[in-house]
Design a protein around this ligand. Sequence first.
Ligand code: TYD
Length: 135
Amino acid sequence: MKQELIQLPKIIDLRGNLSFFENEKQIPFVIERVYWIYDVPGGETRGGHGYKTLNEFIIALSGSFDVILHDGKNETKFSLNRSYNGVLVPKMCWRRLENFSTNSLALIAADQSYNELDYIRDFTEFQKMVANEKH
Ligand code: TYD
């Protein structure tokens, strides 16, 4: 799995548009958990961690924010501001969310339940783990 922007189907309708995603179809994994981040005060950053084995998919259901990914070498910024676009965040990728607009809503679908042991909370440790993986 690699980091990428995924454009979801958009069913355009005068009554209101509709988008969706399903397990192993629009996203390449089976969802085990969904959580969302909301009421973020201006200027705050969420995230700032990586996962050892978890993969996730992040959508700006409402409003906008930036998803910044670091693979241990390069940093990539994905600006989300459409509810039919999402970012696939693979395991072993440092990720942070920032620049939230007022009333923005981040929806995150993950392929594992919450497990603090899967988190990498220290960026230096993350970089060491990436370096070791490549040997
Ligand atoms: P965390 O993922 O650490 O958010 P951030 O990196 O943005 O600070 O989540 C914050 C806290 O919320 C975490 O300490 C435990 C709790 N939490 C759950 O209990 N279940 C979940 O699914 C998530 C994502 C977090």
